[in-house]
Design a binder for this molecule. Structure first.
Ligand code: FES
Length: 105
């Protein structure tokens, strides 16, 4: 049973390791990423100019925007040097019965 604010967004097998999937939950556009079997969720709109972050390359836990190259750590949303700000929004993730669930507050 899904708890309040946790949303089932995909099945684990839909996202191969090293791949991403864009999902819509209400007015949220969220990118899901599989990094070596661990799933992460982050706001898919780049904080710079709203380009889709998931269109850029994912290297380990770092996503780089395809438009101007801003790079973020998908584990915590921290900007990666030389970028010092802003923060990227991330979402807590849990897996239940093979389903990926994302907490949206
Ligand atoms: S739109 Fe993403 S870095 Fe500019």
């Amino acid at each position: 049973m899904t708890e309040p604010n946790w949303h089932i967004v995909a099945r684990c097998e839909e996202i191969a390791p090293g791949k991403m999937l864009r999902v819509e939950v209400g007015w949220h556009t969220i990118a899901l990423a599989n990094v070596e079997g661990t799933f992460y969720a982050f706001d898919d709109f780049c904080p710079h100019m709203d380009y889709y972050l998931s269109d850029g390359p994912l290297e380990g836990c770092q996503i780089s925007c395809a438009m101007h190259g801003w790079t973020f750590d998908i584990r915590n949303g921290d900007p990666c040097p030389p970028l010092v700000s802003p923060q990227m929004d991330t979402y807590p993730v849990k897996i239940e019965d093979g389903s990926i669930q994302v907490l949206i507050k």
